[in-house]
Ligand binder design. Structure first.
Ligand code: RAM
Length: 520
């Protein structure tokens, strides 16, 4: 299921605005630290992948491990942080380094994967695996990276004939911009929904670092489509205003030379726009800005960022041909990781979805002319979209001869149909066989939004319970980047070993459940 999606622009030099980047820096959060230790340990034997022999934690330091032996430590839940451990020995004096392999896993299944066999298009350097030498035994190991994990498996690759190693004081210094305990748990009367909400918030908390990261294992950076959802959930939970402000300023502070907002920002060293532009993601900037302003009525942010935000809309409109988005525009849309998905109707739908936000934003800017212009464009584009994509015979939207749930969902979200027609169309989605299924919780979120927009609260709630519940059933501690219950081993990258199992775009149930979306 590979859908390679790498953008490389030779000689790309982002346009930086120092004043905006300075503000982004000022809002950088101080990370909070929690010390966590394993809650269980298992001695693993080769060939027995499923379970190991439990070791009492207080007896762990007495257990000796020689070449080929391994121990798996369970930290009880998902964490993001830095690990240290003490390595001792039994036997005679260590006369050779201890050579260890350490594998960090967000879900238990990752431990069964073989990094050597991964041949996907995303770098294998994301795989959380170290081969380390400890020259001085006894000694302390400070693992070199920040890891996202619940499980740590240590395999002894070699010691020597003279000694075996012991492990003690295994500690993770977990980091996040927020503490989950600062938000009261949901008590809605349905234990599954309460659990889904708690997992959503854990997912979000672990992704809230110095920016809203997409996933703390892989990418670990600020993506616009993910950010829009994260900010929404944050408004109903942690309310970390500065982190949202910081990210809004980052997207504006480093951008394409022609003022397009990049799909993603690197923040590991200096903040730098990625040379990747997604036409749909860029439209989430004015949406996210308007939602922030709705929440905080922030005149400074409005002043600093609104022009750039509406510019994203203007560019999209300018690229249209005959009232619908151009092929180039839809080719540049992300939408979902489904291979072969035709994005024309979807990209059109995202533009239609963004326009009402742009109208409100223009009014906030006291630019009535612009607001009127957007309203006229909205009407024009809705009509054009209906003409272009609606197929009366098939009674659904057809995007370049392709019928997909994503196209129906985005056309509905774009307001192309009257509510009752839209509800009838959506009610057919679950039964319709498709080669282009929704593969990410991100796309499923927009399915829920479409159902809610057409008054199908019950169906939306049932879908939320079935889809997110199917991850809970499989023991998710955090929600996953990619999940299609009909194809559980799917990965857009060419191997589930690089999938992210704590991915922010999957935690929108907390937002929907906490905003009373299902009670109307
Ligand atoms: C992946 C990440 C990220 C998403 C992009 C499009 O790299 O999963 O969350 O926004 O794809």
């Amino acid at each position: 299921m590979d859908v390679e999606r790498i953008s490389i622009i030779e000689d790309f030099v982002p346009k930086d605005d120092d004043a905006l980047l300075k503000k982004a820096k000022a809002y950088q959060p101080q990370l909070l630290e929690t010390t966590v230790r394993p809650i269980a340990a298992y001695r693993m034997t080769e060939g027995n992948k499923d379970c190991g022999m439990p070791i009492a934690l207080d007896a762990l330091s007495k257990q000796a491990f020689g070449a080929g032996d391994s121990v798996c430590l369970d930290f009880g839940s998902h964490w993001v942080g830095y690990c240290t451990l003490k390595v001792g020995f039994v036997g005679s004096h260590p006369d050779a380094p201890a050579y260890l392999k350490l594998q960090f896993a967000e879900v238990a299944g990752e431990l069964d994967e073989d990094a050597e066999t991964y041949r996907g298009w995303i770098s294998k350097s994301w795989i959380q695996e170290e081969h380390l030498h400890l020259d001085r035994v006894p000694g302390e190991l400070h693992l070199p990276r920040r890891y996202a994990f619940r499980y740590l498996k240590i395999t002894v690759l070699d010691t020597s004939k003279k000694y075996r190693v012991t492990f003690d004081n295994i500690v993770c210094r977990a980091v996040s911009a927020v503490e989950q305990s600062s938000v009261s748990p949901l008590r809605c009367g349905d234990p599954l929904l309460d659990r889904i909400d708690a997992i959503s918030l854990k997912t979000l908390a672990d992704c809230m670092q110095e920016v809203f990261e997409d996933g703390p294992k892989r990418d670990r950076r600020l993506w616009l489509g993910d950010f829009r959802l994260q900010a929404l959930i944050n408004y109903r939970s942690f309310r970390h205003r500065d982190l949202v402000r910081r990210c809004l300023y980052l997207f504006a502070g480093t951008r394409f030379p022609d003022d397009r907002i990049a799909a993603c920002i690197f923040t590991d060293n200096e903040a730098t726009a990625d040379d990747t532009w997604f036409s749909d993601y860029a439209l989430f900037y004015p949406i996210a800005l308007e939602e922030y302003l709705r929440e905080y009525e922030d005149a400074e942010v409005l002043h600093d960022l609104s022009e750039l935000a509406v510019l994203q809309i203007d560019r999209a409109l300018a690229s249209c041909e005959n009232g619908v988005v151009s092929q180039a525009f839809s080719d540049a849309a992300f939408i979902d990781w489904c291979p072969g998905l035709d994005k024309a109707a979807c990209a059109e739908g995202v533009l239609l979805y963004a326009l009402p936000y742009a109208i409100v934003l223009a009014n906030r800017m006291h630019d009535a002319k612009r607001a009127e212009h957007y309203a006229a464009e909205l009407a024009l584009h809705r009509a054009a979209a209906k003409r272009r994509y609606w197929n009366e015979k098939q009674r659904c939207f057809v995007s370049n001869e392709q019928v997909s749930p994503a196209a129906q969902i985005w056309m509905v979200l774009g307001g192309v149909l009257e509510t009752d027609e839209a509800a009838e169309l959506l009610s057919r989605i679950p039964q319709a066989p498709t080669d282009y299924p929704m593969v990410s919780p991100y796309m499923h979120h927009y399915y829920l939004e479409a159902l809610l927009a057409t008054g199908m609260q019950d169906v939306a709630l049932a879908h939320l319970k079935a889809y997110w519940g199917s991850m809970v059933e499989r023991d998710a501690d955090t929600f996953w980047e990619i999940w299609n219950p009909d194809a559980p081993d799917a990965s857009p990258y060419g191997g589930t070993i690089v999938n992210s199992w704590c991915h922010a775009w999957s935690c929108s149930p907390a937002y929907l459940l906490r905003s009373g979306a299902f009670s109307d």
